[in-house]
Write a protein that binds this ligand. Structure first.
Ligand code: PLP
Length: 452
């Protein structure tokens, strides 16, 4: 290895990072991660950093599981690549599709593979429009999504997403996509009860459908618990009302399970936690615990029947890639053998909730949003009123830096601190997380006081 500073100089000279600027990389250069085991990362300076983000919400099994590497090596040597286009297939794709059909609830029995969550949402966009066109309703093509949602970075998936700062670059969204409000009671609920606010936000869907005409609306897409927008856990009234509205108006429901899927919320899928019955689920990330790039759409019988009856002119070179599929299968095998979902539900989530409730008493923390092992702690200058900081994002950024200084990775979305650790995290490790988080919050509080 070159010394850290030399690597950082090369990185700055040649490597374009997603979602960052040279200024943000700053004089310090990027942090270089060299190894990882369990929930800990090691950087090029030898620091052991507790990863409370599981990478990008994906390393659910934790790092360093040799079984995964062994399976990948075996599959590389046996059949490193073949495609699933036209009339060819291979054993890893068949086995993974069958496994996913068994794990997914209801009649979600069919899988269209992709290389990532973005690609899978592009598939969904074209699939729902094709579905209605095949049924003789080509005008039923509009898709309703939500403000501040994240569904990926491709043109289609970023259009489905509701992040305006993404839309501003590249002329998005593409036509026929509409965004309604989030059930973000903490930030936008004001004096309303969470239940009333949840209903109000769900009814925005019905208002939008009526405005466009139900015969024009193909689908509604949403994350069961919104992730990258700040971990927005919806009030209990929200999803039942959304389900009622989709059923009433014959709108396909797409649950983007890219973060929520595979145990994150304490069930195999966030749709089960929220009690909804989607027609399509988007999957990626936890499907392989991030060990290999793979995503897909799990599709219900009715939609699959219509799509399979026509030639769906869509697919990726790496749809169902054999090495990625084999790694995903091994991930699911380990998850079942080690009862990871039950561990989340019965052990890790209660321990995290207890730790977060304690952190919630910190003067800088305005509340606790948590579902299973995904959570956010919104920072506030005034606890009682849930007030926002005038310069949004600064407190979150300062806190994230103090987390790093205390060997902890927490991400910040504006002024919300985000937590999404590997699902294997133990109560003892959650205590270490809470100690480091407390130090980071204390240091942030002191910095902000100094600024006043
Ligand atoms: N959907 C959701 C809910 C996500 O959180 C993400 C990524 O963070 C995506 C889709 C995009 O997935 P990918 O980055 O694999 O393209």
């Amino acid at each position: 290895h070159l010394p850290t500073a030399d690597l950082q100089a090369l990185d700055a000279a040649h490597h374009m990072h997603p979602f960052t600027t040279n200024d943000e990389l700053g004089d310090k250069g990027a942090r270089i991660i060299t190894r990882a085991k369990g929930i800990y990362l090691t950087d090029s300076e030898g620091n052991e950093i507790l990863d409370a983000m599981a990478g990008l919400w994906c390393v659910n099994l934790g790092y360093g599981r040799e079984e995964m590497g062994n399976v990948a090596a075996r599959q590389m040597n046996e059949l490193p690549y073949y495609n699933t286009f036209f009339q060819t297939t291979h054993v890893p794709a068949i086995a993974l599709a069958k496994e996913l059909a068994d794990l997914a609830p209801g009649d979600l029995n069919h899988v269209f593979f992709a290389g990532s969550g973005s690609e899978a949402n592009d598939t969904n966009l074209r699939m729902v429009r094709t579905y209605w066109a095949q049924k003789g309703k080509p005008e039923k093509s509009h898709i309703i999504s939500r403000k501040n949602a994240y569904h990926g970075s491709s043109v289609g998936s970023a259009s489905l997403g509701g992040m305006t700062y993404m839309h501003e670059q590249g002329g998005l969204p593409i036509p026929g996509i509409h965004h309604i409000g989030q059930p973000d009671w903490y930030a936008e609920g004001g004096d309303m009860s969470p239940e009333d606010f949840g209903l109000k936000r769900a009814q925005e869907l019905e208002a939008k459908i009526v405005e466009l005409g139900a015969d024009k609306v193909a689908a509604f897409i949403a994350e069961p618990v919104q992730g990258a927008g700040g971990v927005v856990v919806p009030p209990s009234t929200y999803w039942p009302e959304i389900q009622r509205i989709c059923d009433k108006h014959d709108i396909l429901l797409i649950a983007d399970e890219v973060i929520c899927g595979f145990g994150r919320t304490g069930n195999w899928f966030g749709s089960q936690t929220m009690g909804i019955k989607p027609h399509i689920m988007t999957i990626a990330k936890g499907l392989s615990s991030g060990y290999a790039p793979i995503g897909g759409s799990i599709v219900c019988d009715e939609v699959a029947e219509v799509i399979n009856a026509c030639e769906f002119n869509h697919g990726y070179t790496y749809s169902g890639h054999p090495v990625c599929a084999a790694v995903a299968l091994e991930n699911l095998r380990i998850m079942q053998e080690e009862n990871i979902v039950a561990h989340v539900q019965n052990v890790a989530a209660p321990a995290l909730k207890e730790a977060l409730d304690k952190l919630g008493e910190h003067p800088l923390v305005g509340g606790v949003n948590v579902s299973g092992l995904m959570a956010s702690l919104p920072l506030t200058p005034h606890k009682e009123s849930r007030a926002k900081f005038a310069d949004s994002g600064t407190a979150g950024y300062i806190c994230r830096e103090h987390c790093f200084a205390n060997n902890l990775v927490m991400r910040h979305v504006g002024d919300r601190m985000i937590i999404s650790p590997p699902l294997i995290i133990t109560p003892e490790e959650i205590k270490i997380f809470a100690e480091r988080a407390t130090k980071a919050l204390d240091a942030t509080y002191a910095d902000l006081k100094d600024k006043d």
